[in-house]
Design a protein. Structure first.
Length: 134
């Protein structure tokens, strides 16, 4: 099972696929969050903090592993992208009378992104640097 996970997370040929998964997941979050009563129903199983942390940590992992560059660059791309996604989610929620935007939710999204990107940059192997040929 580990080689499959390694392939999905580390294979450079699947970077665009991981970005596509992140965008699909984000759109799904937006759509499901816009359904009247959906948030209240899922609230029986998990709190908003848990839902936001988990969802935006997964988005961060997908964006981080879908990006190129050094670990720091990939972490920065992932955190900024996920911060914008979280802000977009809260903005959309503010447009519905049965939902409300919360800065605290966005802060949870950002914290999940920072923690996830930091852990990934420390744990995942560094990309091989191109060596000049003689």
């Amino acid at each position: 099972m580990l080689p499959i996970i390694s392939l999905l997370v580390l294979d450079p040929k699947l970077r665009k696929w991981r970005w596509g998964c992140a965008l699909t997941m984000y759109v799904t979050i937006l759509v499901m969050g816009s359904v009247p009563g959906a948030r209240a129903q899922i609230g029986h199983y998990a709190t908003g903090v848990v839902l936001h942390s988990l969802a935006y940590a997964i988005l961060t992992a997908l964006v981080y592993t879908g990006s190129t560059g050094s670990a720091g660059v990939r972490a920065l791309k992932a955190v900024l992208t996920v911060a914008l996604m979280g802000a977009g989610d809260e903005l959309l929620q503010s447009l519905f009378p049965y939902r409300g935007a919360a800065v605290n939710d966005w802060l949870v999204d950002c914290a999940a992104a920072i923690i996830t990107a930091t852990v990934l940059s420390l744990l995942l192997p560094k990309p091989a640097l191109a060596r000049p040929t003689a």
